[in-house]
Write a protein that binds this ligand. Sequence first.
Ligand code: G6P
Length: 645
Amino acid sequence: MCGIVALIGSREAAPQLLEGLRHLEYRGYDSAGIATVALAAGATGGGQLHCLKAEGKLINLTARYEALGAPGQCGIGHTRWATHGKPEERNAHPHLDGSGRLAVVQNGIIENHRSLREELQAEGVTFLSDTDTEVIPHLIARRLGLLQAADQATDAALLLRAVQDVLPLLQGAYALAVVWAEVPSGLVVARKQAPLLIGLGEGEFLCASDTPALAGFTRTILPMEDGEVALLTPLGIELYDAQGARVQRSPSLLSGTEHVADKRSFRHFMLKEIHEQPETAALWVARHLPEDGPLPSPEGLSLVALPLDEEVYENVERIQILACGTSRHAAQVGAHLLEQLAGIPTSVYYASEFRYSPPPLVPHMLTIGVTQSGETADTLAALAMEQERRQLMADPAFAPKLLGITNRPESSLGRLVPHLLDIGAGIEVGVAATKTFLGQLLAFYGLAVAFAERRGHGSGGPDPQRLRALVAELRGLPALLQQLVESHDQRCADLAHLFAETQDVIFLGRGINYPIAMEGALKLKEISYIHAEGYPAGEMKHGPIALLDARVPVVSIAVPGTVFEKVLSNAQEAKARDAQLIGVAPACPDTEQLFDLLLPLPEVDELLSPLLTVIPMQLLSYHIAAHRGLDVDQPRNLAKSVTVE
Ligand code: G6P
């Protein structure tokens, strides 16, 4: 987590650093800080370090900058999501060495920080924070002292050398940036398993954890690879690999980041992003569902056009999906589709569990990593681990086959996996994922149809007529979503006050809508801080029903199909315990009679229903949180991109 920026050029660095941090605030907002280096008046060599920090959101740091200033054309910045040490100003980055002339910002976790801290303390170093990061400036300062004592010239190359010497001492994952008052015209950045990109401007370079911070600055970027270190000066970039060898690599062009952060007339980004879903669906339909083609046949696969090599589909006997949070719920819907439509046994794992207890290897496995940010540390590590253990197998049936589903093709995921599905939902700013979830669902619909077509009817795949009907319904999705978002926005706003005192909510769903019940509960927890559980409706009677009384509302997803009657019966059981029942269901005599409140849905094929049932979940959570006056876009303790374990 956390976002870092670093700038060197010929203009004042602080305003651009703050602007960069503004676009990284989604990575954490517990505190923020910058350090700049200015040439000291009349000085010949070294300069002066100016460091500003503030607890809480970036706005507090900006106010401090406006009052105090931070001169210099070279600087670093940080926005924090607390891991080691409380979210207090003393734990805010940048962290300084004992002389106060060297500053470091870091995103990641230094796992051996305790032993390093003890070693430094034994040498007389005093620590001012509880962070893991603070060991780094002290280690670099110690190394600089030794190099200087050995008569090395005090210049940017010396700073580079000291950082390169210190990095092997650090265990864990990190992206970091270092400035030193002795060299006002150079800064050093490095990364290991945490993202870092360098943007090339005109006579200036901006380095950042993620592309939104670079988008308004330049379109020319150089993503750093794992283990690389770079020295940035106004004259250029020197890039080195982990062994210290110079690396030459051409920059690439940033795409799709034009429409950065603009709330339009909406009160929150989350609401804007909920309203953007019909457009997300329309773009997806236009890109991937070609006009009505002939009936699918082995010679003319035609229903869905995904930009994937045919190799992805070949010889796949099983699928495993690795993901976290909301992405995992999309994966669960995906697994249902891959099994029920394409007949491929599919398992979903929490990436954080998979990486330490992977299942035994089986042949002909497709592994899918789902992460909207493409930077979630657990998902990346789980995929890398799977790749490595399969590469060790001599039998080609066990060879790794990795596919990523993401909203950020330029992310670390994009560089890790050979096959990628870009959901193309556009930048999502609200920490609670909404339109990217819909985009992930759509990716799975496309994938399941594509697999089903290739397997063919009779060998586990569905009847071609059924597939064709599903795809025809998918074409109508944008219009249905438009109606649904518009009608439920006001409806959910009107209901929000009923939840003013609510402390617990149960969400029920079955079959393909069970993951949507989980997603509804997660959304509510994330932004309204109300305890919520998503449960398979049929399991209620095995425990959770004990929680129910008149104070615990139950949101029940009931769509016509295989489990409609069953879900209605389960809802009835909740009603018998006095729970207030909210139905996400089509309006019909049964549902109107059963539910106390109904959030009505149009009727669609049950398999497509998650694309609709999720909308009332999102809007209900949004309006409950907004009614409570909470910070919907930046909920407490959360970050959009979780780049630590
Ligand atoms: C964080 C976010 C969640 C998100 C999860 C996975 O916890 O707060 O909204 O679902 O990370 O993120 P990813 O980028 O991998 O989809």
